[in-house]
Structure formats: C-alpha cells, structure tokens
Design a protein around this ligand. Structure first.
Ligand code: ATP
Length: 509
C-alpha cells in the first residue's frame, strides 16, 4: 500500500511540487510546481491539447472532428456568473463544529447510526476503519463497526444532529445546522472596493468558452458539430482542500465544450466518454485503476438536471483506495449555458444551419471537463513504484511521452575524455528532447536520482565510447543495459517516444 506521505515527500525532495509560500509556512490549498512538476504538467497539458485541438479524434463518420482552442480571461464580467448559476448556486452546504471550530462539507461526513445508541459518532469520509474503532472504544461504545449503519450526514434530519459526535470531540451536539458557503473567490476591479466593482475569479474554464461561442462562430469556419477547448487556472474556495493537489483552491482545468444538434447529444456523449477514457490510458494510467461511473440523480449539477447527466472517469488514488476519485466528468449540459447567456446578455445564441436557414436551434453541449493538476497527481501515483532492490528504493515509472526528462547523459567520470563527448551528445539531443546532462557524483547515485525523477533512459559515456563510439543505454524499469552507437541515440529515443512503444512500455512495467 502506497503512503501519500512518501509521494508528497518525493515530490518536494525532487522538485515536483512544493507547498506554496513555503518559507512563510504555506497557504492551505495552494501549491507551487517545481522544475520537474512544471515539465510534467506541461507534458500532460500538451498531450491533451494535441488530442483535442491539433489532432482531434476521428469521428463516427470517419473524418476528424473539428475543435478550436481559446484562452479567455480569468476575470469576466460578473454577470457571467449570475447567468451561469454560480452566484446563486455554486455552494456546498457546510456544518461547523462549535467546539473545535472546524468546518466540514456536509456530504463529507459519515455518521455511524444505531437505533439503540444515543450517540452517533461522525467521521471524515476517508477515515480508516482502525481509527473509527479507536474512537468507538474511547467513547465506550462497541468496537464492531458492523453493528452500526454508516450514513452520510446529508441524509440525517437536522434534529438528529443532537446525537452526532463530531470528529475530534467526545460529546454530541457540537455540529451546527448546514449553511451554504459560496465557493467563488471575489475581488474588486478598479480603485474602489464597492459591491458595484465586485468580480470573481473563474471557478471553471467552461464559461469563458460559452462567452466566446458567438465570436468563434463569426470569426472561424466551424460548423455544428464542433468543439471549443481551453486549458487554464480555476479557483474555488474549497472548504476542505486536501489530499495534496487532488483538491486545491487554485488548480488547472482542461475543458472542451462540444456543440451539437440536440438529437445527436447522446451519440456524442458516448463518443466523448470513450475517447477520453482512451486518452487517460494512452498517457499511462492503467485500466485496473480507472472506472467509469454515472452520477446519481442527487449529485447532478444545476445544468444537468435534464438530459443524459454526467459520467465520470475516476481513478483509484492511494487515499481513495479501494474506492475511486473523480478525474474527469463528461457532462451533458443541454442548452443550459447558451440559453442563460442569451437571456442575461440579450445576444442571440441560435445556430443557423448554413445549408438550410430554416433550421435554427440552440446547440446542446457535451463537456469533457478534466483536472490538469489532478491528472498530474494521478500520473505520479500511477508511476510511483517501490523497488527495494535498487539504491533509490523507489522509481517513477512515467512513460516516455509524459516523463519530465526523456533521457540523461552521464559521463562515467568527470574527466574531459568522457565529459566532452557527453556534452556534444547533449547539445545535439536537447534540440529535440528534454535531456538532463549530469556529471557529478558516482554513477550509482546518478542512476538513483534519474530513477526517482522517472527518466526512462540513461546514456553513459565511458572508455568504450572513445574506443568504438558506443554508449550504454540503461532502461529505468528493467535496469537492463545494452550498447548502441552514439549516432543512433536520437533515433532510439524518437522510436521510444512513439505512442505504440509507450503502450508497450506501460504494460511492461
Ligand atoms: P468535486 O465533486 O470533486 O468537487 P466537481 O465535480 O465539482 O469536483 P467539476 O466542476 O466537474 O468538478 O470540474 C472538472 C474537473 O476539475 C474535476 O473532474 C477535477 O479533475 C477538477 N477539479 C475540480 N475541483 C478541483 C479542485 N478543487 N482541485 C483540483 N482539481 C479540481
């Protein structure tokens, strides 16, 4: 069982992810990406952009589907968020504990109920059974969890809260009634901080796309069905940011709004669900750790009350295992957003069929919405492999297209006869690949470092290189070594970067 503490420690030690404002003690829910984390995040971002915008999938009719990209402002006219429903509805019901002053999302607390007991202990949903047993014992209650019914706090009547013993306290009755808590960060635009100048940091990238739907239609040659994609930062004042970068207050999303005829929404919902699942597998997430899940009707977002609902692609993170956590949602947003913006802005959002002007409709939207930073976490968790037999004790099994560094060039010694050809090779390869040239320390330590940062190949320059022009290639996963000619290194790497060998590489590990 992988411990998140080890993953977080490796991420800091090797420069993937640091707590934001670290020297000031951090800021809860904010993270900075270090040199390697930034490369990793950019690689995932670029592969998504390629899979959606520059080389989108072949559609059901055998030709590539059409998607264009945009990059909209983070702060938009605040009417945007009234129209989208975020000002009125983007909130989580919260309960406070009057004793510990902790605040919980109502749907994140699990309560052990029993008609016989007058005290019903409550736990954060991820609390392990061992911890639950300890608390039951402390409260002088039977330790056997199966004697209780585990229910979500949302299902209890507020009058029952008098019996609920909140986490970290020993007496019941400290939880307040649920209150709505809006998740949008606000700021003021201009010099005066008045209600009139209030604006919001976007809580999703999707609305920037809806705002530009008309502009894109009028300025490019796209025809229904088509998509608009965007990658960028989103901000949510999450009540309980946790699980490292899984739930943070500033994060990045990769979203695409697919505009289609209402009659075709179902076909495209299925299409995008399959394509998005393929994508996550192609970047190295194993099928064993992915599941698809339909949202229950009570968790549907305000825009999805009608239509086909939302299907999630979920990943088994170490902190959700044996369960899963959402990685991407594929929602049928119907015509909700375009209609709302039409109503609130007065701009017509109708699509007029260029072949048949009688055929006018407001398109339906299928939205694959993924977390970029949450995707980075899934990639790191998937790659994290314990191997006691090697000096690092652990390696990151990224596949080559995702790995922050594709290869390391290691001169065996710091002598010029080894360093000079290494530098020459490095200067050639860096034009095409992200390459590390590492000269210091003994070779074992350098291999260990490359293993820990997930570099798939190391090329070592030694005396044989001087004699016959060959270098050693060390494979990260198998630690097997072979010799190839120095002139063949670029070709070797190019071959390994290809998706087919990526698939095979991921399986071999
Ligand atoms: P949740 O139920 O986990 O709060 P959500 O269903 O509200 O998430 P969406 O609004 O559908 O999430 O956002 C799309 C994607 O953005 C999610 O699948 C997730 O990958 C990512 N995401 C959402 N909130 C966060 C967050 N606080 N931190 C990191 N990623 C997030």
């Amino acid at each position: 069982m992988i411990d998140m503490k080890d993953i977080v420690a490796l991420c800091k030690r090797r420069g993937f992810v640091f707590p934001a404002s670290d020297i000031y003690g951090g800021l809860n829910g904010f993270w900075d990406y270090g040199p390697l984390g930034t490369e990793l995040k950019n690689n995932l971002r670029d592969l998504w952009w390629k899979a959606m915008v520059t080389c989108p999938p072949i559609g059901p009719d055998g030709t590539p589907v059409e998607i264009v990209g945009i990059d909209s402002a983070i702060i938009q006219n605040p009417k945007t968020w009234e129209a989208s429903g975020h000002v009125g509805g983007f909130s989580d019901p919260m309960v406070d504990c009057t004793e510990t002053k902790k605040r919980y999302r109502q749907d994140h607390l699990v309560v052990l109920t029993s008609p016989k007991a007058d005290r019903w202990p409550a736990f954060h949903e991820e609390t392990e059974d061992g911890e639950i047993e300890k608390k039951l014992k402390k409260l002088g209650m039977p330790k056997d969890v199966s004697l209780f019914e585990k229910v979500n706090l949302t299902t209890l009547d507020v009058s029952d809260y008098a019996k609920v013993v909140a986490p970290d306290v020993s007496e019941p009755g400290t939880l307040t009634e649920p209150k709505q808590f809006n998740l949008m960060f606000h700021t003021f635009v201009g010099a005066t901080a008045t209600e009139d100048n209030k604006a919001y940091l976007r809580p999703e990238t999707a609305q920037g796309i809806f705002l530009n739907y008309k502009n894109v239609l009028d300025s490019s040659r796209v025809k229904i069905p088509f998509g608009i994609a965007q990658i960028g930062k989103a901000y949510r004042n999450e009540v309980t940011p946790r699980n490292f970068i899984f739930r943070s207050r500033e994060f990045e999303q990769m979203e695409m709004e697919w505009f289609c005829h209402p009659d075709e929404a179902e076909k495209w919902h299925t299409f995008w669900f399959e394509e998005r699942t393929k994508f996550w597998k192609s970047v190295g997430l194993s099928s064993d750790n992915l599941i698809m899940r339909e949202h229950d009707s009570d968790e549907l977002a305000h825009y999805a009350k009608e239509g086909l609902g939302t299907s999630d692609i979920e990943y088994r993170f170490p902190f959700t295992a044996p369960g899963y956590g959402e990685l991407e949602g594929i929602a049928h947003r119907c015509d909700f957003d375009l209609k709302q913006h039409q109503e609130h802005s007065g701009t017509k959002m109708e699509y007029v069929d260029p072949q048949d002007p009688q055929n006018r409709f407001i398109p339906h939207v299928i939205e694959p919405a993924a977390g970029l930073t949450r995707g980075v976490l899934a990639l790191i968790c998937e790659a994290y492999t314990v191997d006691e037999s090697r000096p690092s004790g652990v390696y990151l099994n990224f596949h080559p297209a995702i790995a922050p560094k594709k290869a390391a060039i290691l001169p065996l010694t710091a002598k010029d006869e080894h360093v000079a050809p290494a530098q020459k090779l490095y200067l050639e390869l860096r034009e095409e690949f992200a390459i590390d040239l590492d000269i210091k320390q003994n070779i074992g330590k350098r291999y260990a470092r490359q293993d820990e940062i997930g570099t798939p190949y190391c090329f070592t320059i030694d005396n044989d290189t001087i004699a016959d022009g060959t270098v050693t290639v060390r494979d990260r996963n198998t630690m097997a070594q072979e010799r190839i000619h120095i002139d063949k290194v670029a070709e070797y790497l190019r071959e390994k970067m290809k998706p087919a060998s990526i698939e095979a590489g991921a399986k071999a590990a």
